[in-house]
Ligand binder design. Sequence first.
Ligand SMILES: [Zn+2]
Length: 199
Amino acid sequence: MVARDRSIENLIERLNRLPGIGPKTAERLAFHLLRIERAEALALSKAIEDVRAAVKTCSVCFNLDAQDPCGVCSDDSRDRTMLLVLEDPRELARFEDVGYRGLYHVLQGRMSQLENIGPDDLTIAPLLLRVKQAPPAEICLATNPDLEGEGTARVLAERLQPLGIKVTRLARGLPAGSSIAQVSSSILADAIEGRRTLS
Ligand SMILES: [Zn+2]
């Protein structure tokens, strides 16, 4: 058997590191990129380069934006008494759409025993530092209403409550096991409106 070029193996290996891409799919994508027009394939690598150059992680809230601090953090008209804690920057747009006008903190994931993700893998330490320096009146834990999101919210509540800040959770109206990215806008708006205090 003739060995494949090292560069092909390298591409397959890198594609395989992407979430949801197994070795078979990685191989199929790599050979697809070799088959299509050269310009088309290179446009993909250029798009990756461009997005990495244009989009930054906000050093305050860990949102993704063209500027650091991000548009939300640097907007003086935002309600700074309210902090909404999210798992993922993609969820931020959903809360903007339903009219939320406070601040955010993006955890960059959620705790997961299965995937070996602990509190130190998330932006919990910067969150604690941030709320000690500028305590909001309320922190709402808007992690997803599934097993891992609930577990993450529990750990956060344990660490935030000793700081004397009111800690709330989205209302139970969110169907258990659903995701913030997928629920309807009206359910999400109700979940913020009806948020409950954790004790
Ligand atoms: Zn920010």
